[in-house]
Design a protein around this ligand. Structure first.
Ligand code: F6P
Length: 342
């Protein structure tokens, strides 16, 4: 019987289970055996497998997280890990390996594919910063959670006449901040693509308060940085891909805003709440479409490709073209957001 493998790597993203379910259902229908690798690339290194059948993917569609587990293991950080992973791949006699991940996990997938392994990639990240796909699943859920948080903060901000700073995720790109900020009617949106000018921010807020508005909402992406400064880190320790743990720009900014405007300012950090819980219908449908399309690529032996959403079509593009650069916020969209500042 032919075998296909599937793994999820990097930070989890609502909708991962819909992809696993779709891959499994399509593969079983085509007469394939489905092998889940546990905990991202770590599962391939350690040979941690689980057989996926109809029962194992039943009821997982509305569940957040990933039934396979995940990790930030980088096969190219430790040469022995790479060799063990390739050995497991060969030992399992996989026809193809479907890798569901973001820029780091798919960076590894791309290199393995160039070494001749039969890889098909599925893009995931709540940050929506993978190039060459209009959306990744998980983003819509994160935006909805952040928007609901802004809606809730707005009513309490209004009662207490406060400025509320909301820190959302977004390491290199401010997609969540921009979408949730527009949807929630934020008065200022700050993103990693644009260095923060605190004087300009305070100026906007002062003018807004001068025209009688007694509260304001400022949305800031965790990766945004003050002008001439680097991002604010929560911990200096680097992960296997060399990233620092971000977090804290909200607090830094909140203090400066309160100091410079004299208006009471409070800070809320949404953190992993944005990644947890049930995926939206949009993310479930996108994950399902990606999963089926990924398995179709395995069936047609079209390896080295990533499934991608372009317009409303799912297409296949080279994995290399998705990991070559990041997709940062569209300047036109940010200009639209700016019309509503203040
Ligand atoms: O890449 C997605 C993301 O959610 C980033 O926005 C964030 O910086 C990172 O993951 C945090 O991941 P973790 O805390 O799980 O390492």
């Amino acid at each position: 019987m032919k075998r296909v493998g599937v793994l999820t790597g990097g930070g989890d993203s609502p909708g991962l289970n819909s992809v696993i379910r779709a891959v499994t259902r399509r593969a079983l229908a085509a007469g394939y055996e489905v092998i889940g690798l546990k905990n991202g690339w770590k599962g391939l290194v350690d040979g941690l497998t689980v057989s996926l059948d109809l029962a194992s993917v039943s009821g997982i569609l509305p569940k957040g997280g990933t039934i396979l587990g995940t990790s930030r293991t980088n096969l190219y950080a430790v040469p022995a890990d790479h060799d063990r992973a390739v050995a497991t791949y060969k030992q399992l006699q996989l026809e193809g390996l479907i890798v569901i991940g973001g820029e780091d996990t798919l960076g590894v997938a791309n290199k393995l594919s160039q070494e001749g392994l039969h890889i098909v990639a599925v893009p995931k990240t709540i940050d929506n910063d993978l190039a060459n796909t209009d959306f990744t699943f998980g983003f819509d859920t994160a935006v909805n959670i952040a928007t609901e948080a802004i809606d809730r903060l707005l009513t309490t901000a209004e009662s207490h006449h406060r400025i509320m700073v909301v820190e959302v995720m977004g390491r290199h790109a401010g997609w969540i901040a921009t979408y949730a900020g527009i949807a929630g009617g934020a008065d200022v949106i700050l993103i990693p693509e644009k260095p923060i000018d605190v004087h300009e921010v305070c100026d906007i807020l002062r003018k807004r308060h001068a025209r009688g508005k007694e509260f304001s909402i400022v949305v800031v992406a965790e990766g945004a940085a003050l002008d001439h400064q680097s991002e604010v880190a929560k911990a200096e320790k680097l992960d296997a891909f060399g990233h620092i743990r971000l977090g804290g720009i909200g607090d830094t900014l909140g203090k400066l805003i309160e100091e410079q405007t004299g208006i009471e300012t409070r800070v809320t950090v949404l953190g992993h709440i944005q990644r947890g819980g049930s995926p939206t219908a949009f993310d479930r449908v996108l994950g399902t479409r990606f999963g089926v399309a990924a398995m179709e690529l395995v069936l047609s032996r079209d390896f080295g490709k990533m499934v991608s959403l372009q317009g409303n079509k799912i297409v296949a593009i080279p994995i290399a073209s998705a990991v070559a650069q990041l997709k940062t916020v569209d300047p036109e969209l940010y200009e639209i957001a700016k019309i509503f500042f203040g």
